[in-house]
Ligand binder design. Structure first.
Ligand code: E4P
Length: 217
């Protein structure tokens, strides 16, 4: 499973990247707002840091506007994936931009049918939002499973990018189902290493080690 980090915070990306945890980055207008940075400047910095796909989102509502913005964002670096919303205009923009050879991430996907038509429009990535479905008492993980089944039935190459991941259990479940990629905030990725029994075991080992009076170095 590829790990994308869902943030526009450079320091957080750098820290995880040094550990080999970052196969790509996703941003959106809210994350750019939170960073307080200029979209082109911060996206360029991210692209210089990370070799994999870096999603940068368009904000126009019409296809022509999205295509123009997508081309402009793609000028930032080779590894830009243009992010467009799952609307008819977004799908039209997806088709044009992917026909030009650009990576396209179709975002704000909340149904299997939306994922099906995004694949037909040539999406490189489809981003089903797990957490936001869970927020309204729907089963976000079932959506990942449905899309996996449909894409496998027909051999679609669009990669399933499990998004809006809020918990470590979301990561486990998405990996079990076979999502190609997951994108999560840095805090969730860091939590993947945590287990109370690891902490407890380490504490008791160190207590016993002290009793030996030995040193390794
Ligand atoms: C994905 O590309 C989105 O940026 C992100 O996962 C949305 O997550 P949220 O629902 O927690 O805002």
């Amino acid at each position: 499973m590829k790990f994308f980090v869902d943030t526009a915070e450079i320091d957080a990306i750098r820290e995880l990247n040094e550990l080999g945890m970052v196969d790509g980055v996703t941003t959106n207008p809210s994350l750019i707002m939170k960073s307080g940075r200029d979209i082109k400047e911060v996206t360029k910095e991210i692209c210089d840091l990370v070799a994999g796909p870096v999603s940068a989102e368009t904000v126009a509502l019409d296809a022509e506007g999205m295509i123009a913005e997508g081309r402009e964002l793609a000028r930032i670096a080779e590894n830009i994936a243009v992010k467009v919303p799952l609307t008819w205009d977004g799908l039209r923009a997806c088709k044009v931009l992917s026909d030009e050879g650009r990576m396209v991430n179709v975002t704000l996907c909340f149904s299997a049918n939306q994922a099906l038509i995004a694949a037909k429009a040539g999406a490189t990535f489809i981003s089903p939002f797990i957490g936001r479905l869970d927020d309204i008492n729907l089963d976000g993980m079932q959506l990942i499973a449905d899309i996996r089944e449909i894409y496998d039935n027909y051999g679609f190459e669009t990669q399933i990018l499990a998004a809006s991941i809020r918990t470590v259990n979301h990561v486990t479940e998405a990996a079990r189902i076979g999502a190609d990629v997951m994108t999560a905030p840095p805090a969730v990725i860091k939590k993947l290493a945590e287990h109370p029994l690891t902490d407890k075991g380490l504490e008791s080992f160190l207590k016993d080690w002290e009793k030996t009076g030995q040193k390794i170095l």
